[in-house]
Design a protein around this ligand. Structure first.
Ligand SMILES: [Mn+2]
Length: 367
């Protein structure tokens, strides 16, 4: 054993021997601190609650999967539970159990407001700032209710009554799994499907650096519920629409720019492209990964022009921090290797020009 550790252990031993009472008190307090939230939470959920689960705009597999898993479990426990999403999820996630139960704020505003008004408990899943709830934001943040935040994004701006956040974990689904286990709640086959989906989508099918042995431990446990993982992958990745194929073709053939000096590449789609190829929601999911699959490219951006502004997805390999980049220049954020951003005061050409002008400032980080 390392000499330093031996020394330390000796010091701890001496301290405990000489201050037995104080030591026990410290250990006891630490144990209470670790468990107290869960003891209180277990008590809190022992009475029937009126719960709304919500997640970020344009919900992805992790956002929706985490929400549906928790929805199923809380419902089984006898609580009143609703999921309210700011807007619709992409079509390929409709295989998730109970996905049809999700209420879309944009479409069913009155119903959503009534439910928010009646709520006593909120679960906030997979987002770090209320602005990601879009038009729902003020109604939710102003409502007086007990709030529980489970999230893995950096720089959280949400003050919740209970926070279960860890930015080193690759998916919120893993944190939800931990939360369920600590609460001693039972996982169902349906919730296992949803959690597995969350982990697969947010880990890039287990390829991102944040995937850990714990991720695989959780997945191993989820597979023990006899879920058809192969079917889940087919549902997630092999249900492309013709419009998606054509939009991807457009990006790769003409709407592409390589900045070899900065090991960066971009693709983009204009409003006219979306119209011409009959874009439907979800069609461009994962497009940003294509430039990143080029040998040597460590930073890729996908620009998409909508009526209300330019939406951007950022991805990187290794140490280039796209969360910082998106926050600093494009009103966005997310994770170190995956982030989003939005611009409303520039058109597409101006946005790309502005982006190009920034690259030289990052030359050392990008080479
Ligand atoms: Mn996530």
């Amino acid at each position: 054993m390392n000499l330093l550790i031996v020394n330390r252990l000796q010091i701890y031993y001496e301290f405990i021997k000489n201050h037995t009472l104080i030591s026990f008190f410290i250990i006891f307090t630490l144990l209470i601190m670790i468990n107290i939230d869960f003891l209180n939470l277990k008590k809190y959920f022992s009475t029937k609650r009126n719960i709304v689960i919500t997640t970020h705009r344009s919900p992805d597999g992790d956002a929706l999967g985490s929400s549906l898993a928790l929805y199923n479990i809380l419902k089984e426990l006898g609580h009143i539970v609703n999921i309210i999403l700011p807007n619709k999820f992409p079509y390929f996630l409709d295989f998730l159990p109970f996905s049809s139960k999700a209420i879309i704020f944009e479409k069913e505003t009155e119903k959503s407001l009534k439910l928010i008004n009646e709520v006593d408990t909120f679960f906030f899943l997979d987002f770090n700032t209320f602005s990601r709830l879009d038009k729902m934001s003020d109604y939710v943040s102003n409502k007086n209710a007990y709030t529980i935040l489970i999230d893995h994004h950096q720089d959280s701006k949400i003050q919740a009554d209970q926070s279960f956040c860890d930015t080193n974990i690759c998916s919120t689904a893993e944190l939800v799994y931990d939360f369920i286990k600590k609460m001693d709640w039972n996982i169902s086959k349906e919730s296992a499907i949803s959690l597995y989906t969350g982990i697969v989508t947010d880990s890039g099918s287990f390829k991102y650096p944040t995937v850990s042995s714990k991720t695989h431990d959780i997945v191993s446990n989820l597979l023990s519920f006899d879920i058809d993982h192969s079917l889940i992958h087919k549902n997630l990745f092999d249900r492309s629409t013709i419009s998606r194929m054509r939009l991807l073709g457009k990006c790769i053939s003409t709407n592409f720019k390589l900045y070899s000096e900065y090991n960066s590449a971009i693709i983009y789609l204009t409003k006219d492209d979306l119209k011409e190829y009959r874009f439907i929601k979800g069609d461009t999911e994962g497009f940003v990964n294509f430039p990143l699959s080029l040998d040597g490219v460590i930073f890729s951006v996908f620009f998409i022009e909508f009526d209300d502004g330019i939406k951007m997805s950022f991805r990187s390999k290794f140490d280039f921090d796209v969360n910082k980049f998106a926050r600093k220049h494009f009103n966005g954020g997310g994770h170190k290797n995956a982030a989003g951003g939005k611009v409303t005061d520039l058109n597409l050409v101006q946005t790309i020009d502005y982006f190009s002008s920034l690259l030289s400032k990052y030359k050392s980080e990008l080479s």
